[in-house]
Write a protein that binds this ligand. Structure first.
Ligand code: SAM
Length: 382
């Protein structure tokens, strides 16, 4: 079976790396939009459970070129839809068109729907399809006249892990937070501190990585409702992920954070509880100007305010300066700071040793890494 794990710009390589770890075959990291791979239904479930940086997992059912509605209709009708959708199954269709002859998503959506209905009607000998049972969401993507038809195996975006139910000021998407942690050279046995932790996303994602916790452990996936899958097989993959977490949950972690805003810390505490991490992450209200970290050094990883609006830029620059001063008070600690501010390094007072570009929604940002020369192998108390 061929699958596509969609991922935002900059995260495709990390998604490919995670897929390799899961044992996926023929992984192809795409220039735009993620990575394709091959594997059975169990692997599709594992991808849903374990991919930290992907948005969706799709099962690819056909790909072809189409420049007219007739071609689209014929090629979609040629797919053996009864293999995927029961006689009572619902099959909503979403269409997306980029730089193609067929540029109307609503027309492509209705033509695809009609072609599937015709094929299913013929297979089941039905004139009308009730669409009252399980839902199989179908996606039609047309890019430069190349069409991919796929089933959405995830449902809600994979960034929705289930722990974040309250949003604070500009929280990071969970997939992006995981990508930032994975891009830094932080090792799970090292201390990690976020001095602008907001609602706690970076800290929770770091704890998931350190504790071997599948990010999708506590949520459902669309493919678990598909009629043609072996539900026990999928359940077994979920149980394996639970056992892995049970094995790793005893690991000692040193992950903590603070924020100047007491409301943000309240939200962070709720999210940590919702994530089932109880007292594993230490959280405090603090101004980063008052923080000095001592003990075994590790990584300071933060997403300080960007200053997107003109009036906020002064505040963003001040926080960048304060972060630079904090880093100089904490010798041996490395810093990874995620910011959209082009002047970030100037304010921080140091050139980054490494940089990586990501998008936060539509905002182009960089992860600026200031690595301390000495690598630290063992963990310790701050
Ligand atoms: C972009 S938000 C961080 C969002 C966070 N990563 C999340 O996912 O929720 C920036 C945070 O920096 C905090 N902040 C601003 N100035 C600060 C300071 N001097 N000390 C500590 N935190 C500060 C803000 O209260 C805000 O929560």
């Amino acid at each position: 079976m061929k699958w596509i794990a969609s991922a935002a710009f900059g995260m495709e390589g990390l998604t490919g790396r995670d897929l390799k770890r899961l044992g996926a075959q023929n992984i192809n990291v795409l220039n735009v939009g993620g990575a394709s791979f091959e594997g059975d239904l169990a692997l599709g479930m594992q991808a849903n459970l374990w991919l930290r940086t992907a948005d969706h997992v799709h099962l690819l059912v056909a790909e072809f070129d189409a420049r007219s509605f007739d071609e689209l209709f014929e090629d979609v009708r040629a797919i053996p839809w009864a293999d995927y959708i029961s006689s009572e199954g619902a099959f909503p269709v979403r269409a997306h068109c980029v730089k193609s002859t067929l540029m109307s998503p609503s027309d492509c959506q209705s033509i695809t729907k009609k072609a599937i209905a015709e094929r299913l009607g013929a297979s089941y000998g039905l004139k009308t399809l009730p669409e009252t049972a399980e839902t199989v969401q179908i996606d039609v993507n047309i890019r430069q006249d190349h069409v991919t038809v796929s089933l959405d195996a995830s449902g809600e975006p994979l960034s929705k892990r289930g722990y974040r139910t309250w949003n604070g000021e500009a929280p990071l998407r969970e997939t992006l937070a995981a990508a930032l942690i994975l891009t830094s050279s932080w090792h799970p046995w090292q201390p990690l501190y976020d001095p602008c932790c907001g609602t706690g996303t970076l800290l929770i994602e770091a704890a998931f990585i350190a504790l071997g916790r599948a990010p999708g452990l506590r949520r459902a996936f669309a493919m678990e409702q598909w009629g043609f899958v072996d539900k026990q097989l999928l359940e077994q993959k979920r149980r394996e992920a639970v056992s892995r977490y049970d094995e790793c949950a005893v690991r000692k972690i040193d992950i903590a954070g603070s924020d100047i805003d007491p409301n943000a810390i309240e939200l962070a505490k709720r999210h940590v509880r919702q994530a089932g991490l109880g007292s594993r992450i230490e959280l405090n209200v603090a101004d980063l100007r008052d923080i000095t970290l001592s003990g075994e050094p590790g990584w300071i990883i933060a997403n300080p305010p960007y200053g997107e609006r003109i009036g906020d830029r002064r505040v963003a620059h001040a926080v960048a300066r304060q972060l630079g001063e904090m880093s100089r008070r904490c010798p041996g600690w490395s810093v990874a700071a995620f910011s959209a501010d082009m002047g970030f390094e100037r304010e921080f007072g140091q050139r980054a040793s490494r940089r990586r570009r990501f998008y936060n929604g539509k905002i182009e940002c960089e992860l600026h890494m200031f690595e301390s020369v000495k690598p630290h192998i063992s963990g310790g108390k701050k």
